[in-house]
Design a binder for this molecule. Sequence first.
Ligand code: HEC
Length: 149
Amino acid sequence: MKKMRLIIALPVFCFAATAFAQVKPEKVIHYRQSVMTLIGWNFSTLGAMVKGKIAFDAKQFSKHTGRLAFLAPQVLEGFTKGSDKGAETDAKPEIWTDFDDFQAKLNDLVNETKALDEIAKSDDEAKMKDQFKKTADACKACHDKYKAD
Ligand code: HEC
């Protein structure tokens, strides 16, 4: 009986594993664009505060930095091999030919957003603004090289 169950369970497992490995490129592209949209959304609120377009509010600031620190480590999954095409995308092909450098730039984003979220708890507005700029530099460093306009 036990053996029977194993025989039945195995093909189901294999199917699940294959399905996971073959996520359609268009889904991967949609995923990464969605994460970037969320990052952009939260980042622009911080930018508005830093530039004085809206009132600086430490609690709101910290809410958005927390989201950024949570989102940044999720970006990598959106750049699987073979997802260079399959839907409309601004991702340049150099990402996959220069993947170590791309990943290093992504790592910078993870570190800068983490640092930003930690500083956001400090109540030091000048430091928060300074770290916001460093984070913006991390966005720019990658976009300049790997994102089409
Ligand atoms: C390691 C590289 C990298 C970093 C760092 C990075 N991005 Fe991106 N971003 C990309 C790429 C590549 C695309 C294009 C994705 C596509 O079209 O498939 C993109 C797209 C976007 C988009 C457009 C999303 C859409 O499709 O509408 C926004 C907004 C965005 N990024 C904001 C940001 C912000 C804000 C930061 C910094 C806090 C940031 N990005 C950091 C690589 C990066």
